[in-house]
Design a protein around this ligand. Structure first.
Ligand code: PMP
Length: 510
C-alpha cells in the first residue's frame, strides 16, 4: 500500500499512547502464534499471546481456513445476497446446536441470530430479552385491563359504588402507565465486560467505558460475585409492582402484582477484560435460581471464553452455568471473518424478532461458511482441539505458577482455565523506585510491561482492558512448549526488573 498522507488521522491519540509504551509497531504478517513487523529490511518475529483478544484460537492465517477463504473468493461466492435462502447460516446454527446439546445434555434447540461483532451479538440479546419483557408486560396489562372492565361493568349494574371505583380505576391506570414506561434493568456481575456499543457498554462494569453514555441506554445493576445474598438484595431493592383491581364482597380493592423490572442476567463464565476471573459456582447457582424466579433469561457471554479455549467448547458447561441465550464471536470467524452469533433457547424464542432485527453484513455467506469450517476444525478428532487447549493451558499455567513462586513479591496471582490465563502483578504505587510509582500513576502499568516484553523479548501480551495489572495469555491451540519456555524467560526478566532494579529498562521509550 502506498501511503498518501503523513498526518495521522485514524485515532492519532491512541497511537500516541501506544507509542509511549513502545507498542506502536506495524505488523505485516501473521502465522500461527507469530506476528511479524518490519525493521528496516528485516521482518522481526513476535510471539503473540494476545491472539486478537481471543480471535485466533486456530492461529493467525490458519492454512485450512485461508485455503478455504481463497476458494470461496476465487469461486465468486456471492457475499451479499440478503433476503434469500441462507443454508450456510443454518449449517452454523445446526453445528452449534449439536455442540451445545452435547455439552449441556439438553435436547432443546437454540435459534440463531447472526451479527458482526461481539458487542452486536450482546445487543441482539439485550433486544430479544427486552422483547420478552415487553410481551410479558403486555400480557399482564391485558389481564388488568380485563379486570378494570369488570369493575366498570359492576359500576354500570350498580354492584359497586361508582365514585370510589372510578377513582381506583384512574389511580391504577396512571400507576401502571408510569411503571410500564420505566426503562428496564439488567443484572450483571461486578467486573463484567460485554462490549462498547451504546447498549452493551452499559453492561460493561468499567466506568471509563460506561459512565459518560449512561443516558443512552438501559442500565445494569452490578452484583459482587463473592457476597452471598447479593443477587437477592439487588432484586429486592428494585422490585416494582403493577396494581390490579379485584371485586370482593361488593367492594373494589387494589392488589399488587410483580412487575418485570429486570430484562435478563448477563454474565461471562470467565470474565476476560475484567482480569480473567472465573465466576464462582455459588454465584452461578444464585443467578440461575433468581433468573428462574423472575422468569428472565440467563445470557451467557462466551465471546471470549468460548470456542474451545478453556478445554470445552463453552466455558460455562464446566461451571454448571446454563444459558437461555449464548453469545459467540471472536474465534468463530477463524481469525479471518467477522462473525458473531446470538442463540436463543427455542422455548423463549420470539420469531417476530426476525422482522425487527437485521444487519446488512450479518449472516453473509463468507463469514458463515468460514464459521462452519471453523466448527468442523474444532470438532475434528473427537474434540482434539479442546483436549489440546486444556493440556497446553495447563502447561502454560504451571509455568506461570512457578514464576509466581519464584517472585512472590512481584506476581500476585495466576488465574484462568485452558488458554485463557491471567497473571496479576502486585500494585507498584508504593514501590521503592520513582519509575515504578510513575508507571503505576499513569494508569497504564500493564501496557508498559507489555512494551518491555515486546521490545526486549519479542513477546506480545496486553493487560486485560479493565484490570491493567493483569497480563492476558490467550494464544492459539498450537502454542508450543518452546514458545511457553520463551515466555517464561521473558517474564522472569521482567519480574527481576521490577524486583531488583530501579525500573530504568521498563520506562516509557523517549
Ligand atoms: N463480550 C466479551 C466477553 C468480550 O471479551 C468482548 C470483547 N473483548 C465483547 C463482548 C465485545 O466484543 P467486540 O469487541 O467484538 O464487540
Amino acid at each position: 500500500m502506498t501511503a498518501v498522507v503523513t498526518e495521522e488521522l485514524a485515532e492519532p491519540y491512541l497511537l500516541g499512547v501506544l507509542a509511549t509504551a513502545g507498542l506502536d509497531v506495524e505488523y505485516v504478517r501473521g502465522e500461527g502464534d507469530t506476528l511479524y513487523y518490519r525493521r528496516g529490511d528485516e521482518e522481526v518475529p513476535v510471539l503473540d499471546f494476545v491472539g486478537g483478544y481471543g480471535s485466533t484460537m486456530l492461529g493467525h492465517s490458519n492454512p485450512e481456513i485461508i485455503g478455504y477463504a481463497r476458494e470461496l473468493l476465487a469461486g465468486a461466492t456471492p457475499i451479499h445476497a440478503q433476503f434469500s435462502r441462507h443454508p450456510y447460516a443454518n449449517e452454523v446454527a445446526a453445528r452449534l446446536n449439536r455442540i451445545i446439546k452435547r455439552e449441556t445434555g439438553s435436547d432443546e434447540s437454540y435459534f440463531a441470530i447472526f451479527a458482526n461483532s461481539g458487542a452486536e451479538a450482546i445487543e441482539a440479546a439485550m433486544k430479544h430479552a427486552e422483547f420478552e419483557r415487553f410481551v410479558r408486560i403486555a400480557g399482564l396489562r391485558a389481564e388488568i385491563d380485563a379486570h378494570i372492565e369488570a369493575v366498570r361493568a359492576a359500576v354500570a349494574d350498580g354492584t359497586v359504588a361508582a365514585p370510589e371505583a372510578n377513582a381506583l380505576i384512574a389511580d391504577v391506570t396512571a400507576h401502571n402507565e408510569a411503571l410500564a414506561g420505566r426503562t428496564p434493568l439488567f443484572l450483571a456481575p461486578v467486573g463484567s465486560f460485554h462490549g462498547k456499543l451504546a447498549g452493551s457498554t452499559q453492561l460493561t462494569y468499567n466506568p471509563i467505558y460506561r459512565a459518560v453514555f449512561s443516558a443512552l441506554a438501559a442500565q445494569a445493576r452490578f452484583v459482587p460475585v463473592d457476597e452471598p445474598g447479593a443477587v437477592d438484595a439487588v432484586v429486592e431493592a428494585e422490585r416494582g409492582w403493577l396494581h390490579d383491581l379485584v371485586i370482593e364482597g361488593g367492594r373494589v380493592t387494589v392488589v399488587q402484582r410483580p412487575f418485570p423490572v429486570f430484562c435478563a442476567v448477563v454474565l461471562e463464565p470467565i470474565q476476560g477484560e475484567g482480569g480473567i476471573h472465573e465466576i464462582p459456582e455459588a454465584f452461578v447457582r444464585d443467578v440461575q435460581r433468581v433468573a428462574a424466579e423472575l422468569e428472565i433469561p440467563v445470557v451467557v457471554d462466551e465471546i471470549q471464553s468460548g470456542m474451545g479455549r478453556t478445554g470445552s467448547f463453552l466455558a460455562s458447561t464446566r461451571l454448571g452455568l446454563r444459558g437461555d441465550y449464548y453469545a459467540l464471536a471472536k474465534s468463530l470467524g477463524g481469525g479471518v471473518a467477522k462473525a458473531a452469533v446470538m442463540l436463543v433457547r427455542a422455548s423463549r424464542y420470539l420469531r417476530d424478532f426476525e422482522m425487527m432485527h437485521s444487519s446488512t453484513f450479518a449472516k453473509d455467506s463468507f463469514s458463515c461458511l468460514i464459521a462452519a469450517r471453523v466448527l468442523d476444525l474444532m470438532e475434528a478428532g473427537d474434540g482434539e482441539v479442546y483436549r489440546t487447549a486444556e493440556s497446553r493451558g495447563t502447561e502454560l499455567s504451571n509455568v506461570l505458577q512457578d514464576l509466581m513462586k519464584e517472585f512472590p513479591e512481584v506476581v500476585k496471582d495466576v488465574r484462568g482455565r485452558g488458554l485463557m490465563i491471567g497473571l496479576e502483578f502486585h500494585e507498584q504505587g508504593e514501590a521503592g523506585f520513582a519509575i515504578l510509582r510513575e508507571l503505576h500513576g499513569s494508569g497504564f502499568f500493564g501496557y508498559y510491561m507489555s512494551g518491555f516484553l515486546l521490545r526486549e523479548h519479542g513477546i506480545r501480551t496486553f493487560p486485560t482492558s479493565s484490570a491493567v495489572y493483569t497480563l492476558r495469555f490467550e494464544p492459539s491451540v498450537n502454542i508450543g512448549s518452546a514458545d511457553i519456555a520463551k515466555l517464561a524467560g521473558a517474564l522472569r526478566d521482567l519480574c527481576e526488573q521490577i524486583r531488583d532494579t530501579d525500573g530504568q529498562r521498563l520506562a516509557p521509550v523517549a
